[in-house]
Design a binder for this molecule. Sequence first.
Ligand code: HEM
Length: 157
Amino acid sequence: MNQLNNEQEIATDNEIQAVQRTFELIMPIADTFSSIFYTRFFAKDPAARPLFKTDMASQRQKVIDMLALAVRGLDEPQTMVRELEALGQRHVTYHVEPQHYIHMNTAILETLADCLGENFTSGMRRSWIKALELLTTVMLKGSAGSIVESAKLSAQA
Ligand code: HEM
């Protein structure tokens, strides 16, 4: 078992391996994966589209790189957690809100099924749900920290 802290279990070694194996299958088709994924995400949440100001080709690459870091880092939680908290903190400045993560995680799961077909087993799906819940929890923790900090600054103004 890998532990994030005393209360929060990340995932079992088998679950981590299932997520990492799936991601290795995705890497050779990463650009297709990220195109389908953003199409699905914007279909679910059209209001999120205008939040993206830069070109989507570079955004797709950045998300893949960050997902790769998160997935490979599942067995080194402390480093991964620091990176993801900082990422969550930056997402406050992009006006990202908690409900966006639900649509994004659903879009990721659906795109994994699109790209992998039968190879995306129910066990893999369960492991991905756990990993995405972890990713979201840590990013939102980073966001909350950033909101608390700006509240402190406003109080001083
Ligand atoms: C799976 C969780 C997510 C990951 C791994 C992720 C990753 C990233 C990365 C790596 C960047 C590049 C900038 C940076 O590093 O700060 C970024 C930017 C951004 N993300 Fe996310 N993100 C996630 C969830 C979301 C969600 C739920 C939204 C909701 C709309 C979102 C909206 C944005 C926006 C608007 C930008 C800025 C794009 C721009 O500069 O035009 N992200 N994201």
